[in-house]
Design a protein around this ligand. Structure first.
Ligand code: ARG
Length: 460
């Protein structure tokens, strides 16, 4: 195998198992494009500063681009003895162009290099996740618009509480996803700071221009402090926290879809393409997709704890512990993006069952609060109205009917103030239409909320 770039100081070869144990190339080769991008910018800056000649710059940049093409064509062998993506690429560069390749690492260390690579990679992934989030929101907005006036029982304690509309319920999810998008955008600002130039930990003796490298790589600025630059992984923890909250939202949403698609609720039907059958029970159609999204939430929460724990005992500056940041990050991004994609596709194909939602809303005395409010408007203090309606509900429970099925006579037995117009407010449509203020469930308000959410999405 090729000699290790750091072999000079050593008299004995690395223990064979240690070599495999300490290597990260098996997973960090995923960073190759960003590693090369960072190296090209570094070489250009070195040449602009007169640290490399223009001829050296030209062969280095050319050589790095050739290596990138070879990796993309599958014409590159990753070597475990060369440890990681950085030393693999640098060694291949020197093999291809000779001595100029050995100059690339001037004024740089793998410590600032790897921190730069992960930030470049994560910045790109955050942008893709935000696109996935936009797409999911657009699909939910279309669904909310279609079902803006569809009656759905609203629940508290999983007991029927008050009627809402299906559109209003979808818009609640939109709010959560919009906050997730904001959190990611905010995290991106702290991801987009450049460690390069910190070198191993203290900076370098060469006259580098870190502001120039930062500009070339699209960073907002170089990191202020070289020790912090190579050892900070706050940005990764912060991303993982945002990812965990987002997965928590998808998990709650999944839980609802699993309940709603059961025979007992029957509010929605998931399309066949997003369900699977049973190998023994021929009748089964299982909501595997939302169950798996709910399940994957666990590993993202685990990654957050892993990263926090990874950092808590580390003295300044770089420690090899940090190599352990990559697998959780890669796994989180893959599973988060997969979950967002499958969720959006699934929601685009969901079928609503308005008859089942209406039937459920009629079963739980969902308009009891409306009857209390009706009495309040006639001058009854709210607490007395609450008591009167409580006794009315008790009668309906005994009779086995809904409030709207009681006769005017029966209702007037509880309060002489009740008149025939009570049946308007006891209707489910009357109940939702009456909640007609900013943030309320009236279909007109839901449509206004959809408009505002569209504007928010479109303006970013
Ligand atoms: N593979 C290492 C990592 O992932 C790269 C930096 C190694 N630096 C070092 N001094 N060993 O963090």
């Amino acid at each position: 195998s090729m000699a290790k770039p750091w072999a000079g100081r050593f008299n004995e070869p690395t223990d064979a198992f240690v070599e495999a144990f300490t290597a990260s190339v098996g997973f960090d080769h995923r960073l190759y494009a960003w590693d090369i991008e960072g190296s090209i910018a570094h070489a250009n800056m070195l040449a602009d500063q007169g640290i490399l000649t223009d001829a050296e710059r030209a062969v280095i940049v050319e050589g790095l681009m050739t290596i990138r093409a070879r990796i993309e064509e599958g014409d590159f062998t990753w070597s475990v003895p060369l440890e990681d993506v950085h030393m693999n690429i640098e060694t291949a560069l020197t093999a291809a162009i000779g001595d100029a390749g050995k100059k690339l690492h001037t004024g740089r260390s793998r410590n600032d290099q790897v921190a730069t690579d992960i930030r470049l990679w994560l910045r790109a992934e955050i942008d893709l996740i935000r696109q996935d989030l936009d797409r999911l929101q657009e699909i939910l907005l279309a669904l909310a618009e279609r079902e803006a006036a569809t009656i759905l029982p609203g629940f508290t304690h999983l007991q029927v509480a008050q009627p809402v509309t299906f559109g209003h319920h979808m818009m609640a999810w939109i709010e959560m996803l919009a906050r997730d998008a904001e959190r990611l955008a905010d995290c991106r600002r702290r991801v987009n700071v450049m460690p390069l130039g910190a070198a191993a930990l203290a900076g370098t003796t060469f006259p580098i221009d870190r502001h120039a490298t930062a500009r070339m790589l699209g960073f907002d600025r170089p990191a202020e402090n070289s020790l912090d630059a190579v050892s900070d992984r706050d940005f990764a923890i912060e991303f993982m926290a945002a990812a965990a909250i987002l997965m928590m939202h998808l998990s709650r949403f999944s839980e609802e879809l699993i309940l709603w698609s059961s025979a007992q609720f029957g509010f929605v039907e998931l399309s066949d393409g997003f369900c699977t059958g049973s190998s023994i029970m021929p009748q089964k159609k299982n909501p595997d997709v939302p169950e798996l999204v709910r399940g994957k939430t666990g590993r993202i929460f685990g990654h957050l704890m892993a990263l926090l724990t990874l950092m808590k005992g580390q003295p300044l500056a770089y420690n090899k512990d940090n190599q352990e940041d990559k697998e959780p990050l890669f796994d989180a991004v893959d599973n988060l993006r997969g979950s967002l994609r499958v969720f959006a596709d699934m929601m685009a194909a969901v079928t609503c069952r308005p008859d089942r939602m209406r039937a459920a809303a009629r079963q739980g005395f969902a308009t009891a609060t409306d009857l209390a409010d009706y009495l309040v408007r006639k001058g009854v203090p709210f607490r007395d109205a609450h008591e009167i309606v409580g006794r009315t509900v008790a009668l309906a429970v005994r009779e086995g009917c809904d409030l709207a099925d009681l006769t005017l006579d029966q209702l007037q037995g509880f309060s002489a103030l009740i008149e025939a117009d009570v049946f308007d407010i006891l209707s489910l449509e009357g109940s939702v239409a009456a909640r007609d203020h900013f943030g309320g469930t009236a279909p007109a308000q839901v449509r206004a909320a959809i408009g505002r959410a569209r504007e928010r999405l479109g303006s970013r």
